[in-house]
Write a protein that binds this ligand. Structure first.
Ligand code: 5CA
Ligand code: ZN
Length: 409
């Protein structure tokens, strides 16, 4: 499906540094070594209650990954999905008395508008689960025919025992996995499964639920993890550079996806790094659709907040930290945006050379955006207090803030 329009990424003098980033699978920082075309898959929204600030913070993190890569003169192949059919979407549509497909379409449209306003780079391939179904069915058939999947009352489950690397993404043991499965879309309590952790690959038609032709699987709809695997394998192949999402996706979603793909191809790993953003909270709890404690990007925009200020508020937190949204975040960001705009509005100023280097260094070190912001703050303060003779320096700063942070001054 159509993604959203790309904003220009200005070219900067010199070249950025290679990205070191935290990989959940190894539990430490890794230096990524992508080829000339870096490949990234970021899990997309389930389209209802979008785009809240938790979503926006997570997509901001993976936008920074791409901006660092682009600054190293690489190209980026970016793929994102939309989970436009799944249990929670169907439940919400039912609750609100609206057709599930209209709900998905409306919320995906809103998400596109929010992403555009926030200057997030669009994926080259933006793929809905529904449109991926013809590619999902043969993968499930292959898993079943290889003995890595089994039938239970018409539904098809993946056998986690089929992947010798199962557990390698999250590093969790079965005791820690079980409650997370129950909480995050799994059904460990269902009787008859070989392993309570085994996830659904294909769900046979139920009355009142949408369903699609599943070939030898019979009519039904896909499970969650296989959706992302089918899309990633189709557009990126095995061994792509980064699989991204919020930390609530590390297990089971990214664990199961890696196991599906590794079992299908016999290759390891699915992704070279698994990168997870922290959770944004509100009023003491994770911002989540189920709790309803949400602040929406579109509501802030409706209230007249400049999207650049929203973005600066997100950037003020390290992507891996869990943090709480407060009104103070926005006030700080609005003031910072005004200071920066004022500082770059003059034709000359203090040299931008060391600032550019500091920004590149900060971002290349596990996307340390708070450090990058602090560096720009120092330059802006110097401009404010003393000014400078370097002709064109404010232009360089403005382009660096745009190219590396996605903020247009
Ligand atoms: N459609 C699936 C992924 S295939 C999904 O998880 N959709 S979602 O709409 O629930 O979340 C979209 C992304 O936002 C995920 O990466 C998720 O981890 C992230 N996310 C959700 N809530 C928060 C939050 N409170 N803070 C930070 N990130 C969040
Ligand atoms: Zn996903």
């Amino acid at each position: 499906m159509y993604a959203w329009p790309a904003s220009e990424v200005p070219a900067l003098p010199g070249r950025g540094r290679d990205l070191r980033i935290h990989d959940t699978a190894t539990g430490g920082l890794v230096t990524l070594d992508p080829g000339p075309v870096a490949r990234i898959y970021v899990c997309g929204i389930t389209p209802y209650d979008a785009t809240h600030l938790g979503h926006a913070a997570t997509y901001n993190a993976f936008d920074l990954v791409q901006r660092v890569w682009l600054d190293t003169q690489r190209q980026v192949q970016y793929v994102q999905n939309v989970t436009d059919v799944d249990d929670p979407l169907l439940e919400r549509a039912e609750r609100d008395g609206i057709e599930w497909a209209s709900l998905a379409e409306r919320e995906t449209t809103l998400f596109r508008e929010d992403m555009t306003a926030l200057r997030m780079l669009p994926p080259q391939h933006y793929i809905g689960a529904v449109e991926a179904i013809p590619g999902i069915v043969p993968l499930v058939e292959r898993l079943r025919d290889a003995g890595a999947a089994y039938e239970l009352d018409g539904d098809i489950y993946f056998s986690v025992a089929a992947d010798p690397h199962f557990g390698a993404v999250s590093g969790l043991d079965a005791a820690a996995m079980l409650p997370l499965c129950a909480e995050r879309g799994g059904d460990p309590e269902r009787p008859g499964k070989k392993n309570p952790l085994d996830p659904l690959l294909w769900r046979a038609t139920r009355p009142g639920e949408p369903s699609w032709d599943g070939g030898s699987l019979g009519p039904g709809r896909p499970g969650w993890h296989i959706e992302c695997v089918a899309i990633a394998l189709d557009h990126l192949g095995m061994g792509f550079d980064v699989q991204g999402g919020g930390s609530d996706l590390a297990f089971p979603h990214h664990e199961m996806g890696a196991s599906h793909a590794q079992t299908l191809t016999g290759e390891f790993p699915f992704a070279r790094a698994y990168v997870h953003a922290g959770m944004v909270g509100l009023n003491g709890e994770k911002m989540s659709k189920s709790k309803g404690n949400l602040v929406f990007v579109s509501q802030l925009r409706r209230d007249g907040v400049d999207p650049a200020a929203i973005r600066l508020a997100l950037l003020a937190h390290h992507y891996r930290s869990d943090w709480e949204w407060t009104a103070g975040d926005l006030e700080t960001a609005v003031a910072r945006l005004a200071r920066w705009r004022d500082a770059v509005s003059r034709p000359d100023g203090p040299s931008a050379t060391s600032l550019l280097e500091e920004m590149r260094k900060a971002l290349a070190h596990d996307l340390d955006s708070p450090a990058a912001l602090a560096a720009v703050d120092r330059w802006a303060a110097l401009q404010q207090e003393q000014g400078g003779q370097d002709e064109g320096a404010p232009g360089v700063v403005s382009r660096a803030v745009d190219a590396l942070l996605g903020v247009a001054l």
